[in-house]
Design a protein around this ligand. Structure first.
Ligand SMILES: Nc1ncnc2c1ncn2[C@@H]1O[C@H](COP(=O)(O)OP(=O)(O)OP(=O)(O)O)[C@@H](O)[C@H]1O
Ligand SMILES: [Mg+2]
Length: 273
């Protein structure tokens, strides 16, 4: 188990952090009578790996959906680097530097692995549309392709570039989704259960990539059920239950928190402790 890094930040739900890349205030999403997300305040500290934990149905994925513009809250405010994201659609959120992956991978099975990567880069090409008309198209295309191929190599998928994404294993698809998210050169990467269904060897490689992102200066928020993984790579842990943040702090502190243990009791994953 990794030693805990001292952060100097109090382990209290909603604690204000010194250098938040993302700041959430008064965020609420209900479905009929069900409150899926109700967060008074949450800061994501820049340059860290923050794990988001909590039992099934706690609201973790809904929170990702809201923050990245795939769903709309009833109310709330959230800011990336101080800039408001309320009402901004997902593709523009990605351009602003925040990308997410999905709990169920969304690679396009009938495109090749390389094409999947290039689709992700399209926003950037789109931004250069007029430049492209002026004859820069080819340059942009090949720059994106080079970037895509280099990234695939880094994720151990270089040899699969020409294969259909549908022929990848579940674990490889998770890697592809992560590689694809990085095509927009994000500042903040949100990963929804990247290790779920991935074999142990590939999980280790994924975790290496995640710490690598942090070491390159990115901020990472990642949803994870396996508490060993959480303890291994998190700088900070946020626990949700019934839509609320019930605890946050360094990994060991959160794992021993009574409210967290209570939230997991009777919960079928039962991997805490
Ligand atoms: N589109 C929707 N319509 C109705 N209810 C929804 C919708 N999306 C989520 N919910 C409900 O909101 C709650 C939070 O769901 P969410 O998927 O965010 O949980 P989660 O923490 O990601 O769970 P898991 O660990 O199982 O992935 C659940 O009770 C879920 O049934
Ligand atoms: Mg989920």
């Amino acid at each position: 188990m990794a030693a805990e890094r001292p952060t100097g930040i109090a382990a209290e739900p909603g604690v204000v952090k010194p250098d938040p890349i993302l700041r959430i205030d008064g965020l609420r999403r209900t479905f009929g009578g069900l409150t899926a997300v109700q967060i008074d305040h949450l800061d994501i500290q820049r340059g860290t790996i923050t794990s988001l934990i909590g039992p099934n149905g706690a609201g973790k994925t809904t929170l990702f959906n809201l923050l990245t513009g795939f769903d709309r809250p009833q109310e709330g405010d959230w800011r990336l680097n101080g800039g408001p994201l309320v009402g901004i659609p997902s593709y523009r959120v990605a351009r602003k530097g925040m990308v997410r992956t999905f709990q169920l991978t969304k690679s396009l099975a009938r495109l090749t692995v390389l094409e999947n990567m290039l689709v992700a880069a399209k926003d950037q090409v789109g931004e250069s549309f007029w430049g492209a008309l002026a004859g820069r198209w080819r340059g942009i295309e090949s720059a994106n392709e080079q970037k895509a191929r280099a990234s695939l190599e880094r994720f151990g998928l270089g040899h699969m570039a020409g294969e259909y994404a549908g022929s990848l294993s579940g674990g490889q698809r998770k890697l592809l989704e992560m590689a694809r998210a990085l095509m927009v050169e994000p500042e903040l990467v949100m990963l929804d259960e990247p290790t779920a269904g991935v074999n142990p060897a590939l999980t280790q490689s994924l975790l290496g990539h995640i710490t690598g992102l942090r070491d390159m200066g990115m901020s990472v928020v990642f949803i994870e059920h396996d508490m060993d993984v959480v303890q291994e790579i998190s700088d900070w842990v946020v626990c949700m239950s019934q839509g609320r943040v019930i605890a946050e702090g360094p990994p060991l502190t959160v794992a021993r928190d009574k409210a967290v243990i209570d939230a997991y009791l009777g919960e079928h994953h039962g991997t805490i402790g």
